[in-house]
Design a protein around this ligand. Structure first.
Ligand code: G4P
Length: 290
């Protein structure tokens, strides 16, 4: 058993989010483009069923571009609006406003029919920890925006960031919790660093990751670490330890250190752009092909 996970305090967060959802028109949900399904909690679909929905495929710079496209198509086929972004560099952010207007066209139209003018779209950013919510809010809202402050009676205790005439963002993101009955999902979350390393066995995790990269992205490990991809995952880890001179006293190889290096370099995208899961339709298709 690699993972131990205690979702304990999350009920409170869920209740808070349900309250916040009452105040908004649009849910902007960030997912990690390397694991777009494993990094979302599907409960948000039930919680936000009357809201317009936009999915941001974030950290798209770290994911395989071919699959970024596939995932975009997948979520669109499920009725979401989707924009591929890199919240850290700002790439893709310019395209968001137009898509938001599209996603909220019914609300805009409804307001117009009722003679309501200039009522901004209110949006809330949600996602599991570490998907880039704060980075996104900072770079999208930028420094130019003004905080609208509390509006007593209407949005008690809430801070809204006015981005422009048509859009306001709740300044605190909604934190969803990762969800996994399935250990595979937990392992993918661990790969990207969404579950703390302290609660798992990093060496075991690194062996699984080595096998995945070797099988799905042949050549990348050889290129980065100068190791042969022919052997077992353990022999590859050994190769990394040698290559990076990870030694314990007495010249023994330090596997834990090598595993740590691998995980860090994967998470920073240094090994390459790697997607860790594929859209379900594609998986089924692949099975049919065999
Ligand atoms: P959260 O609020 O959802 O918990 O996530 P947060 O914004 O804190 O982002 C988590 C980490 O992910 C940060 O890195 C952030 O810079 C990085 N990040 C966010 N969006 C992107 C993206 O599109 N691409 C890449 N490559 N990274 C992204 P960190 O290492 O924790 O901090 P720092 O090194 O940026 O200071």
């Amino acid at each position: 058993m690699i993972l131990q996970w205690y979702p304990g305090h999350m009920t409170k967060a869920k209740r808070q989010m349900q309250e916040d959802l009452k105040l908004i028109d649009l849910i902007i949900e960030l997912v990690d483009a390397r694991i777009p399904l494993s990094s979302r909690n599907p409960d948000i679909d039930e919680m936000g069923k009357n809201k317009s929905r936009l999915i941001l495929l974030n950290k798209s710079d770290l994911a395989d571009e071919r699959y970024n496209e596939k995932w975009t198509e997948y979520f669109q086929s499920k009725g979401f609006y989707v924009v591929k972004v890199n919240a850290r560099s700002g790439a893709g952010l310019k395209g968001i406003q137009g898509v938001i207007n599209q996603a909220c066209k019914e609300k805009i139209e409804r307001d117009r029919r009722r003679g309501i003018k200039n009522r901004p779209i209110r949006a809330m950013v949600v996602g599991i920890p570490n998907v880039g919510k704060s980075t996104f809010i900072n770079s999208y809202a930028g420094k130019a925006c003004t905080k609208t402050g509390n509006k007593p009676g209407v949005t008690k205790g809430k801070q809204w960031i006015r981005l422009n005439k048509t859009l306001e963002l709740l300044d605190t993101p909604g934190i969803l919790w990762p969800k996994f009955e399935d250990q595979e999902v937990g392992i993918r979350l661990a790969y990207i660093g969404s579950i703390k390393d302290e609660i798992l066995n990093v060496e075991e995790l690194s062996l699984l990751l080595l096998a995945y990269i070797r099988d799905n992205y042949p050549g990348l490990l050889e290129q980065r670490y100068g190791i042969s991809e022919e052997g077992t995952p353990l022999s590859m880890l050994e190769g990394i330890a040698e290559n990076r001179k990870c030694l314990l006293r007495g010249q023994e190889l330090d596997y834990a250190k090598a595993a740590g290096i691998l995980m860090e370099e994967f998470r920073n995208g240094k090994i390459g752009r790697i997607t860790l899961e594929y859209p379900p339709m594609m998986e089924e298709k692949n099975e049919d092909d065999q």
